[in-house]
Design a protein around this ligand. Structure first.
Ligand code: AMP
Length: 302
């Protein structure tokens, strides 16, 4: 089934102890789309500047990614620069130049307005609501991502938006900040009272947790020996999670649990190379084989 994503398409400068790039294609919607397109056709809504060339756009070509919603504006594309610590566990943002992204006002092409699955990437919560207003009918599942900037700076707007969505995917710090709680379970309970029926809390290499239907599923990250670049891991997790659900055409409890495995697997591929390099080459059969391996690792009986 069709999966609509709204979010950033960017140029990134990334510095890790194992490699460096001055300018590579990035952005949350880029990572999300590359991961999710392994499962289902994607409709991408974002904005790029006139510096975004056909060779940059090539990253999306040859995949089931529709770019009719990728707006071109006069000016420069969103630019983000980050540097990782030697153990890759922390990251410093060196630059965020919003450029054309500052005036981003997502407009859905007519053909996108019937999408069954929607992922509202990390943008102004008011704009996230505007996207929903443009839908012709209520999608089967609306999921949302956000960040500390909106949680502290646009809290009232975010709270309003949370009432309209089905699933929230955020990291542990964001969940605690949103709930004003330092304990993750207490934070999750509070966040679930704010609107979403499902909550996914991502914890990087420590895995993730799904809260749904009064139950908790702790899912491990796929263990990796060589991690090159954590950029976009969360967005790729979201892409694997939502891509799988859209391919199933439903968001039942069992599907949500399986989607956690695909989220972990896509997050693990994303970090294996710099930028989106690994997501550009990964094949569906590699995804399936890693998913089966992860499920085998998780399985136990007492
Ligand atoms: P993550 O590692 O999951 O935080 O994702 C990193 C990606 O998010 C990079 O490719 C950036 O271009 C993009 N990004 C960084 N800051 C923002 C922001 N404020 N809004 C939207 N996207 C961003």
């Amino acid at each position: 089934m069709s999966l609509l994503v709204v979010g950033s398409v960017a140029f990134d400068a990334i510095e890790t102890p194992l490699g460096k790039t001055e300018r590579t294609i990035g952005g949350a919607a880029t990572y999300f789309s590359l991961a999710a397109a392994l499962f289902t056709p994607i409709r991408l809504v974002g904005v790029v500047g006139d510096d975004f060339s056909p060779s940059d756009e090539a990253v999306f070509r040859g995949r089931k990614i529709d770019l009719a919603g990728l707006e071109r504006a006069a000016g420069e594309s969103f630019f983000w620069a980050g540097r990782y610590s030697s153990d890759l566990r922390s990251r410093e943002t060196l630059r965020t130049d919003l450029n054309v992204f500052a005036a981003f006002d997502p407009k859905l092409p007519e053909a996108y307005r019937d999408s069954s699955f929607v992922f509202l990437g990390n943008i102004d919560p008011k704009l996230q609501r505007n996207v929903l207003k443009q839908m012709r009918r209520r999608p089967k599942l609306v999921a949302l991502d956000t960040m500390n900037y909106w949680i502290s700076g646009a809290r009232a707007e975010l709270v309003k938006t949370l009432k309209l969505i089905d699933a929230l995917l955020i990291n542990d710090e964001e969940a605690c900040q949103l709930a004003g709680e330092s304990n993750l379970l207490r934070a999750a309970r509070k966040v679930l009272r704010m609107g979403p029926k499902a909550l996914v809390i991502k914890r990087g290499e420590y895995g993730s947790m799904l809260f749904h239907d009064d139950s908790i599923l702790p899912a491990p990250a796929y263990p990796l020996e060589d991690v090159r670049d954590p950029t976009g891991a969360g967005d790729s997790f979201a892409g694997g999670f939502m891509g799988y659900l859209a391919s199933e055409g439903q968001a039942s409890h069992v599907s949500l649990r399986r989607a956690m495995v695909y989220g972990s697997v896509l997050g693990s591929f994303a970090v294996e190379k710099l930028g989106v390099d690994r997501l550009r080459t990964v094949k569906r059969r590699e995804v399936e084989s890693r998913a089966r391996e992860l499920v085998r690792m998780m399985h136990m009986q007492l």
